[in-house]
Design a protein around this ligand. Structure first.
Ligand SMILES: O=P(O)(O)OC[C@H]1O[C@](O)(CO)[C@@H](O)[C@@H]1O
Length: 496
């Protein structure tokens, strides 16, 4: 039977400023601190009644049973007949899954030690090829934390457009480069083609044993061996770790190389702290659950079709694109877990950008446009730069002022200059940005996505929607696909 959303749909639409005026304790009720992260949902329309209504929905949808099943390593990805074990990578799954993950981490660490000891020759550059979950997570980690480490130069190339690789070829020395091929399936066309082109570049650049400079990160080691990678340089991960949840596994290898093992271990520990919070805390005090309740309220009741995240920290500039895959590939579904059509909107479109840049580009629509867009600000108290303090002060004050302006609005007799206000935002404020807090932040987003999926009654862990286009491109490449008139014309124009 479809879940009953009536109580949620009938919640009164009280203005944000009135909610604050009516409750002096609102900030305390709708903010919390966990793992070095401060969350503030007080500028959303969440109320105690709304939380209670979502708790009732969570009960009806057996969120606690499903959360237990996730941590117990049960088969919750039913459409693919798999368990979902990214939490085990952080030491929080069942004993057997955790032991397996730890053994694979030990293998990864040993290879990192060997590379640091120059067992593969002197390596300065890491060229990681992968796409989707095999690129977005590691790229976020390296960009946020690894660039300053001075250990290795890491480039992560996902696009099959050769221009992306050529940009890296122009700055890397082929004789000092390690090729890392990241692909869960080890069949993804873009990644395999990129890997071949890197091998060719290395060979032309004077590397004699090019295969001796290749590491594979995959859940299908046999395919990597078949491709030519030496077994000792294959870092497997479990099939039950989904692509977009895989940065904790060997897919995080370039980040572990760039940061060093201790930081990678801190990343896992930060995520584990968030796991424990998610697992043990009542929903009314549970960060991923409260965030998901607000997300669902806006998507389902206020009909918001999008949700935007703005990183007010240059180091987190890749966060919005990472979140796009996590949230849209997980919860952009049209059927329920029972295979019935989903009769409600699925996940909203995730988008965003970097503050303050975005203020001068898209914030016009957020303040005055006809779309209601719930906004999330992510900022860090400790600056990531060493310039005058004024830079960081301006950055943070801008983030805070935007949230205040969205909520308060401003009247003006001239309607073009008026701001309606009552536009929701939430803020995540990190004490500092390091491996531990970033791990906690990413795990928070994963669990938030999970809660939304459970409350919508969908499977957040499959991604069949990406297959059709891939298949048709493959068939077109083999010349075996009959296309419509328009597509046939485009192919003819491009290739004759
Ligand atoms: O790691 P692989 O198998 O190359 O897949 C890459 C990405 O492709 C997808 O399957 C989507 O096309 C993602 O889910 C995955 O992260």
């Amino acid at each position: 039977m479809p879940a009953d959303w009536t109580a949620i749909e009938q919640l009164p639409a009280t203005k944000l400023t009135d909610l604050f005026a009516a409750d002096a304790g609102r900030l305390d009720s709708f903010s919390l601190d966990i793992a070095g992260l401060h969350f503030d949902w007080s500028k959303t329309h969440l109320t105690k009644d709304a939380v209670a209504a979502f708790e009732a929905l969570a009960k009806a949808q057996d969120l606690s049973g499903k959360r237990e099943a996730l941590f117990a390593g049960k088969v919750i990805n039913t459409t693919e007949g798999r368990s979902v074990t990214h939490v085990a990578e952080r030491g929080e799954g069942n004993e057997e899954d955790v032991a397996k993950a730890q053994a694979l981490h030990a293998r990864m660490r040993a290879l990192i030690d060997a590379i640091e000891g120059e067992a593969l020759g002197p390596i300065e550059h890491i060229l990681h090829v992968g796409i989707g979950g095999s690129a977005l997570g590691p790229n976020l980690l390296v960009d946020a934390l690894g660039r300053q480490s001075g250990r290795y130069d890491v480039a992560i190339v996902s696009n099959v457009d050769g221009a992306a690789l050529e940009e890296v070829f122009a700055k890397f020395d082929p004789t000092a480069t390690l090729l890392v091929i990241a692909s869960k399936t080890f069949t993804t066309k873009e990644t395999m083609l990129n890997a071949e082109s890197v091998l060719q570049w290395m060979a032309e650049g004077g590397v004699e044993d090019v295969y001796g400079r290749v590491v594979a990160l995959t859940a299908d080691p046999d395919k990597a061996i078949e491709w030519g990678v030496d077994e000792t340089r294959i870092l497997p991960f479990a099939d039950s770790v989904g692509g977009r949840y895989s940065l904790w596994s060997s897919i995080g290898f370039p980040a572990a190389l760039a940061l060093g093992w201790d930081d990678f271990a801190d990343l896992l520990e930060g995520a584990a702290e968030m796991d424990r919070h998610f697992k043990q805390t009542a929903l009314s005090q549970n960060a991923p659950a409260l965030a998901a309740f607000a997300d669902l309220y806006y998507a389902q009741v206020r009909h918001c079709e999008t949700r935007a995240t703005f990183a007010y920290d240059e180091r987190l500039r890749l966060l919005p694109s990472y979140l796009q895959q996590l949230e849209m590939e997980s919860n952009g579904k049209g059927v329920t877990i029972d295979g019935e059509p989903l009769t409600r909107p699925s996940a909203p479109i995730t988008w965003g950008g970097v503050g303050t840049d975005a203020q001068h580009a898209v914030f016009q629509l957020l303040h005055q446009g006809t779309h209601l867009v719930p906004v999330e600000f992510v900022a860090v108290i400790e600056p990531g730069d060493t310039l005058s303090e004024d830079h960081h002060r301006q950055l943070l004050l801008n983030a805070f002022a935007q949230g205040a302006a969205l909520m308060a609005g401003r009247d003006n007799a001239d309607k073009a200059r008026a701001y309606s206000g009552d536009r929701p935002s939430s803020t995540i404020l990190l004490d500092t940005l390091d491996a531990r807090t970033l791990g906690a932040l990413i795990a928070f987003y994963e669990h938030r996505t999970f809660v939304s999926g459970v409350l919508l009654g969908i499977n957040s862990f499959d991604q069949f929607g990406v297959e059709l286009g891939k298949e048709m491109a493959k068939a077109a490449d083999a010349g075996g696909q009959e296309f419509d008139v328009s597509t046939t014309d485009l192919i003819k124009r491009a290739f004759g």
